[in-house]
Design a protein around this ligand. Structure first.
Ligand code: NI
Length: 136
C-alpha cells in the first residue's frame, strides 16, 4: 500500500483520473511537478484484481463526473501552455487533454476485444463467425 504514505485524504478516488491532475497542473503552472506515474503499483493499491467491480465503477463514475464538471467550468484555458517532458519534449496542455480522450478509446478497445474473446469462449460448440471478422 505505497499510496497510504500520501497525506492526500481522498487519494484513493482522486487517482482514478490521473489525466485530470496533469491537465490541471499544466494549465495552472507547467513547471509544477506531476505526481509520480507507477501504474503497476496503482493496480495493486486500487485492488483492481480483488473483484470490487461495483466499488471501482462507482469511484470512476464519480471522478469522471468531477472531471467533466471541471472541464465545463474552466474559462479561456491556454491549451498551448507546455511542460517539458523528459522523454517526449514539450507537452502542451492541449496534447495532454487530447491524450486523455484517446486513452479512453484505447481502454474501450481493450474492453471490446475482451468481450469478443469471452463470447467466443462462452459460445461452447457454437461459433461467432457470423458476426464478422475481428480485425485489429
Ligand atoms: Ni489507463
Amino acid at each position: 500500500m505505497r499510496r497510504s504514505k500520501t497525506s492526500e485524504p481522498a487519494s484513493n478516488g482522486r487517482e482514478v483520473e490521473d489525466f485530470r491532475t496533469r491537465v490541471e497542473r499544466t494549465l495552472r503552472d507547467p513547471a509544477e511537478p506531476w505526481p509520480p506515474i507507477d501504474p503497476e503499483a496503482w493496480a495493486v493499491d486500487r485492488r483492481y484484481n480483488e473483484g470490487d467491480l461495483a466499488g471501482a465503477l462507482k469511484r470512476f463514475v464519480s471522478e469522471r463526473r468531477r472531471s467533466v464538471n471541471w472541464l465545463r467550468g474552466i474559462t479561456n484555458p491556454d491549451w498551448s501552455k507546455a511542460r517539458k517532458h523528459p522523454q517526449l519534449g514539450p507537452l502542451r496542455a492541449g496534447d495532454i487533454f487530447a491524450a486523455w480522450v484517446a486513452h479512453d478509446a484505447l481502454h474501450l478497445r481493450q474492453i471490446a476485444k475482451r468481450m469478443h474473446q469471452m463470447t467466443q469462449r462462452d459460445a461452447g460448440v457454437y461459433t461467432v463467425h457470423y458476426a464478422g471478422r475481428w480485425t485489429s
